[in-house]
Design a protein around this ligand. Sequence first.
Ligand code: ADP
Ligand code: MG
Length: 237
Amino acid sequence: KREEALKELEVLEKNCQNLPLNLEYESFKELPLSLLTQQGLQQSNYIEMTEIQRKAIPLALRGRDVLGAAKTGSGKTLAFLIPVIESLYRKSWTQLDGLGALVIAPTRELAIQIFEVLRKIGRKHSLSAGLVIGGKNVDVEQERINRMNILICTPGRLLQHMDQTVNFKCDNIQVLVLDEADRILDLGFEKTINAIIENLPKERQTLMFSATQTKSVKDLARLSLEDPEYVSIIEDS
Ligand code: ADP
Ligand code: MG
């Protein structure tokens, strides 16, 4: 059983590294995703990919940094959550490995929405996930935060924990996601994001999504992404 599992990981890793990017993938099941993710997607009725998912997920599975722009409602959440789950799964991430991925969203409401999608499609996985969004007792968050593999956060509260929570370790982060980067910047979180990124290992994957490609979004991308692929689904108007 254990051998089979290791074999699956090995095959997945190889298939991701060699994933052809010139093909038009249409459904999730054409991608080298874990069985657990495939089941989670199926049970959530996610079958065909949206356009941003088709373009961003294969790149992200190959380990590239991605800057994706697509309007609200185009399916950006799965475009980053699937690569996050798969990255940790392929590394056999367990509770003992601690925090492996951070997702930063501009508001509590958006963070909660992302968390709900993660719970749906990640239901078969044994990774732990938590919300760090303020509004709750900071002590309660402090106690739980160290047991999480994936955290969905708002910028201010995350930085607060980085500054104040003993044992809050970010040095094992594999993937950073900045969702709705344009709104994060509009809300005045630029300095906060920069301070957060300074606390993260340089060797990581970064996925950044935005509804618009403003100059400030591009500036932030220059600072936080490495040799990114730009994926833009902006319709002509
Ligand atoms: P965005 O972040 O770009 O605004 P969301 O990720 O919130 O978009 O997705 C918008 C809606 O589309 C959600 O209701 C989501 O469940 C649905 N959705 C996303 N991807 C798919 C898909 N591949 N198939 C069917 N529905 C999808
Ligand atoms: Mg979104």
